[in-house]
Design a protein around this ligand. Structure first.
Ligand code: ADP
Length: 815
């Protein structure tokens, strides 16, 4: 075969892919050619090396013909339009099968179909069994239509090639995808396999029935894998958990993943805990077709956690019991101790015999020491349980130092060592803080100084470290020239029960609690404590605490006391107290003065006595049989509607208890053991009806001064308009009520921001009526410091203050 023919065949081959039946368009062209040429036969065909393939035809039945039998092979050879008008005479074709017989072809005309590369891939031809000849026009039209047919074939081939290319690309992609799906599938299976080796694995149908569970899962629940197959998830749950299970499965069916600790029922009925995940698996349409659960058993860790929680709860409960026990024991110890000390003091006042006085002093010292120890133990338990509260009240620091110094001076004198106090000029006189706790720290540190010093001196130095608008920071140094502390002991000197030397503890006594309590108290006041010492040379303990500056409060008690001593009035007092020693002590203490004392041994008896006669004052013990002090007060206030002053005699000097007394309607409190002077002061303040009457008849200015309300402020605002003043007062009273409710809520949840905000708003209302805003400013500062104990203390002071201010304003409005 010639090279040219080979090239042509290549082109033909590229068209031979057109093995689909001829398209309608090609058929129409064949029809058109037959019509134009006015012949019955027209064929559009492709010719390869062996056959002529009819792609469109009119007037013939067969679809192909061998090349050697075809007329068109000559059109191809001719390579242009070929017309044979007398087939029977033409040497090339007269012997061909189609030319034979009566109906054999007499006429033939063909046009080669030329591909864009110049090769003829086939022909368009017309034929007839009658002689015929094409006109010039027909020939032209025939050629044009043949051209059209070629264009169509070409377009179809291009489309097909494109389509094939696309198909190849798609096929390739499909096979890549298939491979990766296969890969993923085997990875997934390997994963499931790996998971199921060490985890419980269950596969559920979307309705919650198990279709496969591995041996691990089955063994968790006491079943075999076969036994689990087909059972519903519900059956693994306890009755009470089943009601929520429907919703659980609905959610899983929505494709939601679930995980957590789940309680399941073992075959034996016992609880099993699983840490499980439920994974919905989606089909290609996004529908859940199964749910795979992976789980691990955690029953033992849940049980141990429960046991741990129980142990913790028990420990907390035990701690509460311990606190109560300690509080009760300390009460039981302090009550008789209080009596011993009280009576000893009375005896000492009367005793003239020196030897007896010495013995009595020994009893007093021992009692004082015992009281310290009992108080230390109580403090310790309060520090541990976090119930210790630090008061924030105004007090005279210089006075406190004076009291502490005179108390300790006696001991220093007894030991023949010097004890001096130096206070810097910048140290303020009035500060806000917890006077008693500060005193306790000083007594402990100075007391230790004196205890551990045999010659030389003990010095208390007080200096101001720094001051800013809200705080003054004070440093207390306690220096001594005593035995000092060994270097290796210094680091643990503040630890509980630590004493630097056993010999020392035998020689000096003590419990080793004092420094630990002092440190806790200093830290509770936001301060720091430190020590430096040289063995044999002496020690310096120093602590630094920030305080707020205070102002001298109005001292009503002193005034009352003075006026009382001038009055000849007899005060009728009801003492509700169950302890006979305490009854006797109060009786003895009150004997020399102008009092009429009636004693009741419990609250019920107290109420009876109260109904039988008039009293000016009630002294109320808290812990009493039958009816305690709280219940009795509620009865007196709510059932008998009496306003007679009630003073609580509290055993536990806890702030909360004091607050509770005030809230229940008592007027004041006195912590046991109390001193004679303290008891008298309270009685003078609350019990003197003459004095009270004097108070009532005070001038408006006096009352205003007492209420510390500056009436001029409102007057300035109102320019003398009294109606306006009353309106403002009324508004103020309304706001106070709202503020109190809000504050109670905020304080209950320690919401410092709202405490500060609502107090800030209230401050301007206080300002308008001329009330004292100092404590509100304090409250704002304390809220910023997030000091809830301070807030509670100052807030209760504000409430006390309002108890004077509001009746004063109400009184003023009536006029
Ligand atoms: P207590 O004095 O009741 O034993 P403290 O906690 O107050 O308990 O003191 C603990 C120990 O610290 C004391 O026993 C003593 O060994 C040592 N210590 C405290 N203060 C001094 C001091 N000023 N000089 C020497 N040692 C001291």
């Amino acid at each position: 075969m010639k090279a040219k023919e080979i090239d042509r065949l290549k082109t033909v081959l590229s068209y031979n892919i057109l093995d689909t039946p001829a398209e309608e368009d090609l058929d129409k062209i064949a029809e058109l050619i037959a019509m134009v040429c006015e012949v019955p036969i027209a064929i559009i065909s492709i010719i390869d090396d062996r056959r002529q393939w009819y792609k469109a035809k009119v007037g013939v039945d067969n679809d192909e013909v061998p090349v050697e039998d075809s007329f068109c092979q000559f059109t191809l050879i001719e390579d242009r339009f070929l017309e044979i008008t007398a087939v029977q005479d033409d040497e090339r074709v007269k012997g061909k099968p189609a030319a034979q017989g009566v109906d054999g072809l007499k006429f033939y005309a063909g046009v080669p179909l030329k591909a864009p590369d110049g090769h003829n891939i086939g022909t368009a031809c017309v034929a007839s069994s009658k002689p015929h000849k094409l006109t010039e026009k027909q020939k032209k039209a025939f050629e044009l239509l043949a051209d059209q047919a070629m264009t169509l074939i070409d377009a179809k081939r291009s489309n097909q090639i494109l389509g094939d290319e696309l198909k190849t690309i798609l096929d390739r992609q499909k096979s890549i995808l298939k491979k990766s799906i296969k890969q993923k599938e085997s990875e997934f299976n390997a994963l499931i396999q790996a998971i199921s080796l060490s985890n419980a694995l269950v596969q559920f149908n979307p309705d919650g029935t198990i279709f496969e569970a591995n041996q691990i899962f089955a063994s968790y629940l006491g079943f075999t894998s076969e036994e689990l197959r087909g059972i519903h998830h519900d059956e693994l749950l306890f009755e009470e958990d089943r009601k929520n299970n429907k919703a659980f499965w609905e959610s899983l069916n929505q494709g939601n993943f679930k995980s957590g600790q789940m309680k399941r029922k073992h075959r034996s009925g016992k609880e099993i805990w699983l840490l499980a995940t439920y994974n919905p698996i989606l089909d290609s349409e996004g529908k859940v077709f199964k749910i795979i659960k992976i789980a691990q058993e955690i029953t033992s860790s849940i049980e141990s956690r429960k046991a741990l929680q129980k142990a913790k709860d028990d420990a907390i409960q035990l701690n509460i019991q311990k606190d109560n026990f300690l509080a009760n024991v300390s009460h039981e110890l302090r009550t008789p101790l209080h009596a011993i000390l009280g009576f000893t003091k009375l005896l000492l006042e009367e005793e003239t015999d020196t030897i007896k006085t010495e013995y009595l002093n020994a009893v007093k010292t021992a009692g004082d020491n015992l009281l310290f120890t009992v108080n230390d133990i109580l403090d310790l338990s309060k520090i541990e349980s976090g119930t210790i509260l630090i008061e924030q009240l105004e007090f005279d620091l210089h006075q406190l130092i004076h009291e502490v110094a005179s108390f300790l001076k006696i001991k220093a004198v007894q030991k023949k060592i010097s004890f001096t106090v130096e206070i810097d000029a910048e140290v303020p006189k009035w500060i806000i803080g917890d006077k008693n706790r500060l005193g306790q720290i000083l007594i402990n540190l100075i007391g230790n100084g004196i205890k551990f010093t045999d010659k030389g001196y003990v010095k208390l130095k007080l200096e101001r470290v720094r001051e800013n608008t809200s705080q003054v920071i004070l440093k207390f140094r306690i220096q001594d020239t005593g035995i000092g502390i060994a270097l290796e002991k210094l680091s643990m000197i503040f630890d509980r029960f630590s004493q630097s030397d056993e010999k020392i503890s035998r020689r000096f006594g003590g419990t080793g609690l004092g420094l630990n309590i002092s440190k806790s108290l200093v830290e509770k006041m936001d301060g720091t404590i430190e020590v430096s010492s040289k063995e044999g040379l002496g020690s310096e303990f120093s602590f630094t605490i920030p305080f707020q500056r205070g102002q001298q409060p109005i001292e009503k008690s002193k005034e009352a006391a003075v006026s009382f001593t001038q009055s000849k009035q007899v005060i009728k007092i009801l003492l509700c107290e169950d302890n006979e020693i305490n009854q006797a002590l109060v009786k003895t203490l009150l004997r020399p003065a102008n009092f009429d004392l009636v004693i009741a041994s419990n609250g019920e008896e107290g109420i009876q006595r109260f109904q039988e006669m008039d009293f000016d004052l009630v002294l109320m013990d808290i812990q009493m049989p039958i009816m305690d002090g709280y219940q009795t007060t509620i009865y007196l206030r709510e059932k008998l509607h009496t306003q007679v002053p009630i003073i609580a005699l509290t055993a536990n000097y806890m702030l909360k208890e004091k607050q509770k007394c005030l809230e229940l309607g008592m007027n004041d409190y006195l912590s046991k053991p109390f001193k004679k002077e303290e008891l008298f002061e309270k009685i003078y303040l609350w019990g003197d009806s003459v004095n009270k009457k004097q108070l009532i008849t005070k001038t408006e200015e006096d009352q205003a001064a007492e209420a510390s309300v500056d009436l001029n402020v409102l007057k300035e605002y109102s320019c003398g308009d009294e109606a306006f003043e009353h309106e403002m007062m009324q508004m103020f009273i309304g706001q106070v009520e709202k503020w109190k409710t809000a504050m109670d809520n905020h304080m209950a949840i320690a919401d410092f921001k709202n405490i500060a905000d609502s107090t800030h708003k209230m401050k301007s209302s206080f300002g308008v009526v001329g009330a004292d805003t100092k404590d509100l400013i304090n409250l704002e500062d304390l809220a910023e410091l997030e000091d809830i104990a301070g807030i509670e203390a100052v807030y209760s002071r504000v409430i006390q203050y309002l108890k004077i201010v509001i009746p004063f304003l109400e009184n003023k409005m009536k006029k």
